[in-house]
Design a protein around this ligand. Sequence first.
Ligand SMILES: NC(=O)c1ccc[n+]([C@@H]2O[C@H](COP(=O)([O-])OP(=O)(O)OC[C@H]3O[C@@H](n4cnc5c(N)ncnc54)[C@H](OP(=O)(O)O)[C@@H]3O)[C@@H](O)[C@H]2O)c1
Length: 293
Amino acid sequence: MPQREKKAVVFGCRGQLGVELVRELAARGYSVQGFDRSAVDITAAPGVERTLAREDPAAVFNAAAYNQVDVAETEPLAAFQANAVAVRNLAMACRQIDAALIHFSTDYVFDGASTRPYVETDTPHPLGAYAVSKLAGELFAQAYLEDPLIIRTSGVFGPGGLKTARGNFVELMLRLARNGQTVRVVEDHVASPTYAPALAARAIDLYERDERGLFHIGGGAAISWFDYARIIFRVAGLNPELKPTNEREYRTAARRPKYSALSNAKMESAGIEPMPPLEEAVRQYLAARGAGA
Ligand SMILES: NC(=O)c1ccc[n+]([C@@H]2O[C@H](COP(=O)([O-])OP(=O)(O)OC[C@H]3O[C@@H](n4cnc5c(N)ncnc54)[C@H](OP(=O)(O)O)[C@@H]3O)[C@@H](O)[C@H]2O)c1
């Protein structure tokens, strides 16, 4: 029997981040149990409670989320169930077994008015249903637990995205380029794209160092989606026609922050290794996904 300190559970284990958390925890010698939505739907409290009582882990990682930012505008209740009420389920069940909750949130809790990367003490002001639901999830975790570890991240890309319906930005760019289409990408929105394996490793580092509270882990670079697309095509050796656009031309159902880069300063001052440079992360991603789909 493994010691309880080395037992971990990952919800949402088939998502981009979930697969990396399971892999990294196992590599560090944890006995890790991953649950995808078909095994445990975190919106159903009894299943969450039963699962955690049975597994009795020391750490519960929640990588499950409703991430359809635009669709959330037509189904805000579904977003709220998965991103907020479900976090309440997890927090209450963690409390019962005295487990640590490591929960993930988003740069979209901010309104984008900043001109420098957001730090943990900046005031959130979400702009849409998805963002409100994620902020409510943070509040539920903080309401029911003394000291959850909450990690906000940005523009996640990982090889797991090859298998999810939602995919990620890199896959979208590769698909458009291969279709021979002109690729139009917004140049007036800035984020910090984050490589899922690097995020997973640093989240576990924070947990293992007993860091709790709110942390930002973005990719480390503040970059427009247009410039990010340029990096992807350069590293992939593709040369599609790439044209800049902007939010006036490219309307979406949900409002998004124009600037949502995250500062990793708090994570780094906790002694955690900085994130890899974005170009290096894209290179690693392309190598990890292989020829892919
Ligand atoms: N992706 C981004 O760009 C981004 C940006 C900022 C923050 N984040 C945050 O980072 C974290 C990881 O995101 P990700 O990119 O890994 O997401 P992802 O690839 O979309 O994976 C999310 C996973 O959650 C599962 N899920 C959804 N609802 C569930 C439920 N009710 N019960 C159990 N599982 C459920 C999904 O399963 P199904 O496939 O069955 O739906 C999917 O496997 C999330 O907290 C997300 O909000 C992501």
